[in-house]
Design a protein around this ligand. Structure first.
Ligand SMILES: Nc1ncnc2c1ncn2[C@@H]1O[C@H](COP(=O)(O)OP(=O)(O)OP(=O)(O)O)[C@@H](O)[C@H]1O
Length: 442
């Protein structure tokens, strides 16, 4: 019976979720404070952690690294308010498995929990075998060019750097390259470097020998060993510590790896695809990301535009996500109302394709008839986001919350602007412009 930790400072809501999950056969532990959550995570093991974003002290995002430190595989699901969509996006960047927007729909909750547990148990630290392709091609000129690049590059062994905002499809592009390459019968291993705590990053990537550090109870294969001749996908590469960057560079240059605490070397034969949503060149100039490593990883780069800058793609993706969700929830002949289609085109999609997929999946679940109407969309989406369409008052509210979020993130990162920009999902230049615009003392 899977064991779930539920964290929510709204006790009645937390108990309601607990009751629901118990009825569905889960073993649950409910805590109503941030500190109790940390105690629970440190003192016992869970198959999944479900946390609200807003907690009495700290927040759901702070829980993620704590869970990661304890067990890399435990999925974390974050519950957010609709207005926190950017928080949800950040949660994914920090390694959360998924987010669910309030009001929580029980079917959706159950579905996400089951997917999280299945994923964690199906591949316990072993390479993901290449799945049947779920890659959907966009129809914009931009998407066509990307597909041409993918096809071109797939036949080579060049290292590829995939760039773009969170949720834009970087991992899907990496998988697509792998599927079209001669390595497609070999493993595809995705490593979320953003979720790798610096203390364990080397051991996760390269493996360790029993006794090489406290807690190394057994010999362990690293991802570079278990990927064999397949493709390793290093997501959020900018998060790797300098030490690990040095090891990675050596591994790439010499095509050799070594487990921590071992003298024996193994050969590295895999293809490397890396991804980031920050400008590594800027970071490299400020000495945080090694320039030599950057060039090694970037033998070819693919830059994915955010969805709002390629709106022609929205229609094909929403149709396909709709089909996938209707199959998943056994709802036939479901379609979008014309208002919904219009809103999809005017909304900014800060969470890109991931957000589009989630909004559609939820709408299908909630739909009472065969037509998806505005009632099934999150309120935030129903507000046209083009500045010109926003009444002054609303624009002020939007700007106020943006300013607050920037201040909060700057405080969280102790005014490290590169880090703050990364968490906010914007580039540093945009952050500087906003600091200037809102006259933030930074
Ligand atoms: N080409 C695609 N075809 C079908 N679905 C896609 C495609 N690209 C993205 N998606 C959907 O969007 C989700 C997010 O994609 P993906 O994980 O590749 O984004 P990402 O850019 O790697 O995000 P992050 O930076 O947060 O890791 C996927 O789980 C999938 O549902």
């Amino acid at each position: 019976m899977a064991k779930i930790l539920i964290v929510d400072d709204d006790t009645s809501f937390g108990l309601m979720i607990e009751g629901f999950l118990k009825r569905k056969g889960f073993n649950t532990v409910f805590v109503s404070s941030y500190s109790a959550a940390l105690d629970a995570i440190r003192s016992s093991s869970f198959d999944l952690v479900l946390t609200d974003y807003r907690l009495d002290s700290g927040n759901g995002l702070d829980i993620i690294p704590e869970v990661r430190k304890k067990d890399l595989k435990t999925p974390v699901v974050l519950i957010t308010a609709y207005s926190d969509i950017r928080v949800a996006v950040n949660a994914i960047k920090l390694g959360a498995f998924e987010y669910i927007a309030k009001p929580v729909n029980p079917d959706e909750l159950l579905h996400v929990i089951n997917r999280g547990i299945d994923k964690a148990t199906a591949a316990p630290n072993t390479p993901t075998q290449t799945p049947v392709s779920k890659y959907i091609k966009g129809t914009s000129r931009f998407a066509e060019q990307i597909d041409q690049q993918i096809e071109l590059i797939a036949g080579t062994d060049l290292s590829v750097l995939v760039l773009g905002e969170s949720g834009v499809g970087k991992e899907f592009v990496a998988q697509r390259i792998h599927e079209l390459s001669h390595r497609n019968s070999k493993p595809f291993v995705a490593v979320d470097c953003g979720a790798l705590h610096s203390d364990i990053a080397s051991s996760e990537l390269f493996g360790h020998k029993k006794g090489s550090f406290t807690g190394a109870l057994d010999d362990k294969e690293g991802h570079f060993e278990n990927v064999k001749d397949g493709t390793i996908f290093l997501d959020e590469i900018g998060n790797l510590s300098y030490d690990v960057q040095v090891k990675l560079l050596r591994a790439i240059q010499e095509r050799k790896g070594r487990r921590l605490g071992s003298n024996e070397e193994y050969t590295i034969n895999c293809r490397i695809i890396a991804a980031t949503n920050e400008d590594l060149r800027t970071t490299s100039f400020s000495g945080k990301f090694r320039e030599d490593l950057y060039h090694r990883l970037n033998e070819f780069s693919i830059n994915l535009l955010p969805l709002r800058d390629r709106k022609e793609d929205i229609s094909i993706y929403s149709d396909r996500f709709l089909k996938m969700a209707s199959n998943e929830f056994n709802k036939e002949n479901i379609h979008f109302g014309s208002e919904v289609e219009k809103i999809f085109l005017s909304y900014e999609w800060p969470g890109n394709l991931r957000e589009l997929r989630n909004v559609i999946r939820r709408a299908v679940l909630l739909a009472k008839s065969q037509e998806i109407t505005l009632a099934e969309l999150p309120p935030e989406i129903q507000v046209p986001t083009e500045q010109a369409d926003i009444p002054v008052q609303l624009r002020e509210v939007k700007e106020k919350s943006e300013k607050e979020m920037i201040i909060e993130t700057l405080e969280q990162t102790r005014y490290n602007k590169a880090k703050a920009a990364r968490i906010l999902g914007i580039d540093r230049k945009t952050l500087y412009n906003k600091i200037h615009k809102y006259r933030i003392d930074a």
